[in-house]
Design a protein around this ligand. Structure first.
Ligand SMILES: [Zn+2]
Length: 660
């Protein structure tokens, strides 16, 4: 565990704009920053970050929080891991407390798997650098490929020995559990306690997630006569879902933002060689065809993508299908064909970055044009083939969501294909009516549902802990009224409401807003329905009689559900008190707490009474139906009492109204 002083230092150091910028492209607008929300799918930004309040809030999906909760949600990290992540980012040394057994038990599977992967990465790197077999086979292979030592270190490359269970044995010896060895896929379990390493006699490429943690490994076998597959990956697990990851994204993200462009290549070594040549905005889909999850990962940083193909055009036609998906997601797609016989790896080794980038800029073409040319060459003059080709191109254009871009492509294709624009338009409309009519929107829906379910799985854990921001109109009167008190507690809880002289000591005593609320509610034996609200109230008692910073206390609360409530209160300061504001438009709220706080409490009490009244009336009717005279009498008496209280409250409230 991390001690409170360190936690406070981390909160102080973590600048929300800097933290969010590592994952989302932000643009300044007024005093705030805006970007596309990473928590729901959107194309127009509604995700707002406030550097002055140190919070974020999405006006699309309602997600809100501080720097720590952002990292927790975005990276599905635990609270402690998010703090560690930020401590590392801001070079804050962490004073760790000894873990209690309960805390250790609390470590989730996910964390245990990540810890194991990190250990495995270090183990394999050490083997590569120090073991005879690692040096002779693995390291010499990387050196042959021209990888420099700093590149090998940066990408944390490693080597797995030929031996059946060298790694598994070592990991078990070091206290790592078999359960996680199997869950991460590093170890394969057979019958009768048979355990074997998944990766044997392979060089290893750790696959890093956005925050730099090792999620899995890709292994390449070096023996040419090997009977196994050339490449072998970690299996899908709780921490590794290859359809949502891109190789190199951790090392590329900043450069992608800076250059506003992302290069997409096929293999690990393509990424590494280009990096080494000085081109860092490059990622690989690792052999799988592109998925929506991967595309959206890129789109968080840029809408511009250039797909780089090997010189030999064999695989191009197959992969072209995947690119329609990029267009459909509204990306600007360009394509680059390398000279014959070259792949990004070999080509990068022959040039420096400026030559390579110059080549890219001079030779990249837009995807539709590229596809048209490619298919045109193939079709030749064959009219049937040409007709099929036009249908194919039209299909690609039809999925582009942006009208203007679509019309630009249509006009270009009309020239290349020598067909009137009207005919192409008619063809596209046909698609939108027949195949794409329902089909298209259904497909879109299916795609976004797929995405949603991936997301859901990822964030389920976090979301369970976050109070959903429900529609205010759906809240009951009572909740609304309670929320007004909570809002005052969060914003002004530590402000002094008034001072009184103590008769015994004749010293002045401070009463804060929180003190007042606590006393008022306790005197009438009232509590909040929502246990979190009640907890917030109880916690303020520790500050009784002293000034304190309530906003910071709640915003940075250890319980992220409470932090989330507070952030929402801070993000929408006046939503709940419009009624009270009308007459005091020119006086800031904190100047009239002495009127506001008692009034809001009276209103709450009034609501409680109303509900009691309603319940008594219902019970009375039931008693009447049951002809239970005794019960009817009892309820009647209770009701009269209630009416009396109501009168007093109404008078007080009325007085307040006159007073203000
Ligand atoms: Zn959102």
């Amino acid at each position: 565990m991390i001690d409170r002083a360190t936690v406070d230092r981390i909160y102080e150091a973590a600048k929300i704009v800097e933290v969010v910028s590592d994952f989302v492209t932000l643009r300044k607008r007024g005093v705030n920053y805006i970007g596309c929300c990473p928590f729901h799918n959107e194309k127009t930004p509604s995700f707002s970050v406030s550097p002055t309040k140190d919070i974020f809030k999405c006006f699309g999906c309602g997600k809100a929080g501080n720097a720590v909760t952002f990292v927790m949600e975005h990276e599905s990290m635990s609270y402690v891991d998010a703090l560690r992540y930020l401590a590392k980012k801001y070079h804050i040394e962490i004073q760790e407390k000894e873990l209690t057994p309960e805390e250790i038990a609390h470590h989730t599977d996910r964390e245990s798997m990540l810890v194991l992967n990190s250990y495995a990465q270090k183990y394999f790197s050490t083997i590569l650098q120090q073991h005879v077999e690692g040096k002779n086979i693995g390291l010499s292979y990387f050196k042959e490929r021209g990888f420099r030592e700093d590149t090998i270190q940066k990408f944390q490359l490693g080597y797995a020995l030929e031996e059946r269970d060298a790694f598994t044995k070592e990991a078990l010896k070091n206290g790592y559990k078999k359960e996680y060895l199997v869950k991460t896929g590093l170890t394969i379990e057979g019958e009768k306690d048979y355990l074997a390493d998944r990766f044997r006699g392979r060089v290893l490429f750790p696959i890093h997630g956005l925050s730099g943690k090792v999620l899995g490994f890709g292994g390449r076998v070096l023996k040419t006569d090997a009977k196994t597959a050339k490449y072998l990956n970690s299996p899908a697990s709780e921490i590794y879902d290859k359809s949502n990851e891109l190789y190199g994204i951790y090392f590329a993200k900043q450069s992608i933002v800076r250059t506003d462009c992302c290069y997409l290549v096929e293999g690990y070594t393509d990424v590494i060689s280009m990096h080494q040549a000085g081109i860092e905005n490059v990622v690989a889909s690792s052999g799988t065809s592109l998925t929506v999850g991967q595309i959206r990962l890129i789109r968080r940083f840029t809408p511009n993508i250039t797909v780089i193909y090997d010189g030999d055009a064999a695989g191009i036609k197959a992969s072209i299908r995947g690119i329609d998906l990029l267009l459909e997601e509204g990306m600007n797609v360009k394509v680059l064909l390398l000279p014959d016989g070259e792949d990004p790896d070999s080509f990068a080794r022959k040039q420096d970055s400026s030559e390579f980038i110059q080549y890219i800029n001079e030779n990249q073409t837009d995807f539709i044009g590229f596809k048209t040319k490619l298919l045109l060459e193939e079709a030749g003059k064959d009219p049937v083939k040409r007709a099929l080709l036009i249908a194919d191109i039209v299909k690609s254009i039809a999925v582009i969501p942006d009208n203007i871009m679509r019309s630009v492509y249509i006009s270009e294709c009309s020239k290349t294909l020598d067909i009137q624009e009207e005919i192409l338009y008619a063809e596209i409309n046909k698609h939108s009516k027949s195949k794409f009519g329902n089909g298209f929107s259904q497909r879109k829906e299916a795609v976004s549902q797929l995405y949603e379910s991936e997301r859901k799985a990822m964030f389920e854990q976090r979301q369970a802990a976050v109070v959903p921001q429900s529609d205010l109109s759906q809240k009951t009167d009572m909740e609304m009224s309670a929320l007004q008190i909570i809002r005052l507690l969060v914003r002004y809880g530590g402000n002094v409401l008034f001072e009184n002289s103590n008769e015994a000591t004749s010293e002045m005593e401070k009463y804060t807003v929180a003190d007042y609320i606590v006393t008022e509610l306790e005197n009438d034996a009232l509590s909040f329905e929502n246990p979190l609200h009640q907890q917030m109230l109880s916690e303020t008692k520790q500050f009784a009689g002293q000034e304190w910073h309530a906003e910071n206390y709640f915003k940075n609360h250890v319980d992220i559900r409470i932090s989330s409530i507070a952030v929402n209160m801070i993000a929408e300061p006046h939503q709940l008190s419009k009624m009270h504001q009308k007459d005091h438009q020119f006086e800031p709220e904190e100047k009239r707490l002495i009127q506001l706080v008692p009034r809001v409490i009276l209103e709450y009490k009034n609501k409680v009474i109303s509900i009691k009244e309603k319940n008594i009336l219902l019970a009375f009717k039931a008693a009447q139906d049951a002809k239970n005279q005794e019960e009817m009498n009892r309820l009647d008496a209770e009701y009269c009492q209630l009416i009396e209280i109501r009168k007093i409250l109404a008078k007080e409230l009325g007085d307040r109204i006159v007073l203000k």
